[in-house]
Design a protein. Structure first.
Length: 223
């Protein structure tokens, strides 16, 4: 009898312990997200040189070997972004002139357009001329025609010009979409005299792409 009673008492104590423990115990599971890393994206511009894209390619503009008054040449730079971050702004700089820089006064800018993907911006010569004047620049020619000297003289050797996508998207989408062209038509003034026979002039045209940066003090290529 005593043996049976002892078993019963132990059983009651065991059950009480289990019930009391339920007040404090709970199911749990733990996981660890280990080896956390942060990798910055890239913004890598490449230029097209005669149909060949590359970071080391350099687009070269040159006139015909014997450029005569009244003859035109197209000057084109094509940019693409092979990185992983979209570029909203592209900056341009004319600088590092060589040779007879006064010759730029007789090289007329008769056309300037941009391509954003499948969209072609209307000719920007008139609006760009007005922007140069309103931003403190001056025209090199008394007839008011835009010439290469006007573009070169505004903030030479500094980023004076910028562009942005008028459609509202990035100017250069990440992933090598080859989605931007800058195209100028340059004409040797048909009324020039013999002053520049045998002369040459040269300059660098530098492009820089940014994710998003200030543009204060710069001239937009389009309104």
């Amino acid at each position: 009898m005593k043996k049976k009673l002892l078993v019963m008492i132990l059983g009651v104590v065991l059950i009480a312990a289990m019930i009391g423990g339920g007040t404090y115990a709970y199911f749990s599971s733990q996981v660890t997200n280990s080896a956390n890393t942060f990798t910055a994206g890239t913004l890598t511009a490449q230029i097209d040189n005669n149909g060949a894209w590359g970071s080391s390619a350099s687009g070269i503009w040159s006139s015909p070997e014997y450029w005569v008054p009244g003859q035109s040449v197209n000057a084109k730079v094509s940019l693409t972004n092979t990185g992983t971050i979209d570029a909203n702004h592209v900056y341009f700089m004319f600088g590092n002139g060589t040779g007879d820089l006064s010759m730029m006064n007789d090289i007329l800018v008769t056309g300037l357009t941009e391509r954003f993907g499948s969209y072609n911006e209307p000719d920007e010569v008139a609006s760009l001329t007005a922007s140069i004047i309103s931003n403190g620049g001056h025209l090199a020619r008394p007839d008011g025609k835009l010439c290469l000297a006007d573009l070169y003289n505004f903030m030479p050797n500094g980023y004076g010009y910028y562009t942005w996508n008028p459609l509202g998207g990035p100017t250069l989408m990440a992933g090598n979409h080859q989605d931007y062209d800058f195209i100028m038509t340059l004409e040797f003034d048909p009324n020039t005299d013999n002053t520049y026979q045998g002369h040459t002039c040269g300059f660098d045209f530098t492009s820089r792409v940014d994710q998003n940066s200030p543009t204060a003090g710069m001239i937009s290529l389009h309104n």
